[in-house]
Design a protein around this ligand. Structure first.
Ligand SMILES: [Zn+2]
Length: 293
C-alpha cells in the first residue's frame, strides 16, 4: 500500500497508469550508455513512465495533487502515448469517489498532469471532481493560451479553461498556502511557472515513535513534479529533453536540495512507476542517491 503518515495527515499515491516515452527525450543530453543503466529501454528505445497523483487526507479535507492523463486524448495522441485512464478506478478501489475530493492542485498544465480535471459528459466538458476547488499556476495558464510551437501539443485547453471560466479554478501566483500545511512554490525549468506542492505536518506526530518518525514518517514532503520526474533524474545535471529552460532546472534543483536534503524532506516523483517517493541524499563522494521507504 502506497500510504504513509505525515503528522496528522495521511499521504497516499494513486496512479493513472503508465505510458511509454522515448528514452532519449526523457533524459535529454545524457548519453544512453548512462541512462539505460538506470532505466532499461525496450527495442524501440521506449521507457515506462508512471502517472502518480498524491492524495493528502488532512482530516478535514481530501486534497488531490495532479490528475494524470485523463481520458480525453485525441486519436493522434493515443497513438503516441496510449491512454491508461486508471485514476478514477484506483481511487474507487481506495474508497475515494470523485465527490470526496475537496481540492485539486495542478503543478503545471501539461496534459499528463491535469487530464482528469474534467471529463466529457453528454457532449459537454464538466469537472470530474464536482465539489472540488481547483488550483493551478497563473503564469502557466497564461502561457498555455499561447504556447510555443515546441510544447503546444502538451496543452489541452479542455482540461482547465472551462474551470477558469466557471470560477471553479483559482490561479496562483506561487507561494500561497492553500490549506493549513499545504503550500505551493515555483521551481522554474521544466516550464517557467511550474509549482511544487509542499506538505508540512498538520501535527507533531506525537502518537508515532521517534524511530518511525525518522524512517517512514517524514515531517515535510514535496511533490516535486517535473523538476525531477523520477528517481533516475535526481542528479543535478540529469534534466529532461522536454525542459524548456534546462539551466533553470539545474538552479531549481540546487535550490530545492539546499533545503530538502538538510531538512530530510520526502520527495514525491510524478513519473516514477516503481518508486513514487524517496529521500534524496548525497553520499560520501557527493553523488545523489534516492533512499526508498
Ligand atoms: Zn510537464
Amino acid at each position: 500500500m502506497n500510504s504513509l503518515t505525515l503528522g496528522n495527515f495521511e499521504l497516499s499515491i494513486f496512479s493513472d497508469g503508465t505510458y511509454l516515452l522515448d528514452g532519449g527525450a526523457f533524459f535529454g543530453v545524457i548519453p544512453k550508455t548512462m541512462w539505460s543503466k538506470k532505466m532499461a529501454p525496450d527495442a524501440r528505445n521506449l521507457v515506462t513512465s508512471g502517472l502518480n497523483s498524491l492524495l493528502i487526507r488532512t482530516g478535514k479535507q481530501n486534497v488531490l495533487v495532479e490528475t494524470g492523463m485523463g481520458n480525453k486524448l485525441s486519436e493522434r495522441m493515443i497513438k503516441f502515448y496510449g491512454q491508461p485512464a486508471q485514476l478514477l478506478t484506483n481511487l474507487a478501489a481506495g474508497g475515494i469517489s470523485p465527490e470526496d475530493i475537496d481540492i485539486v492542485i495542478n503543478t503545471h498544465l501539461h496534459f499528463d498532469h491535469c487530464g482528469w480535471n474534467t471529463i466529457r459528459k453528454d457532449g459537454k466538458i464538466v469537472p470530474t471532481f464536482p465539489r472540488a476547488k481547483y488550483y493551478a499556476p497563473e503564469g502557466e495558464w497564461k502561457y498555455a493560451r499561447k504556447p510555443s510551437e515546441r510544447d503546444a501539443i502538451s496543452y489541452i485547453p479542455e482540461n482547465y479553461d472551462p474551470l477558469v471560466q466557471s470560477g471553479q479554478m483559482t490561479l496562483l501566483k506561487g507561494g500561497e498556502e492553500i490549506v493549513p500545511g499545504i503550500s505551493v512554490k515555483t521551481f522554474p525549468g521544466h516550464t517557467a511557472h511550474m509549482q511544487a506542492v509542499i506538505v508540512r505536518s498538520g501535527g507533531d506526530g506525537s502518537h508515532i515513535s521517534q524511530n518511525q518518525r525518522d524512517v517512514g514518517h517524514p515531517r515535510i514532503a514535496c511533490y516535486i513534479s517535473d523538476l525531477m520526474p523520477t528517481t533516475a533524474h535526481i542528479d543535478i545535471a540529469w534534466g529532461m529533453g522536454f525542459d524548456l529552460y534546462p539551466l533553470q532546472t539545474i538552479e531549481s534543483k540546487k535550490q530545492y536540495y539546499a533545503t530538502a536534503i538538510a531538512e530530510k524532506w520526502l520527495t514525491v516523483f510524478t513519473h516514477d512507476h516503481e518508486k513514487p517517493w524517496a529521500y534524496v541524499e548525497k553520499d560520501d563522494v557527493g553523488k545523489m542517491v534516492a533512499r526508498g521507504i
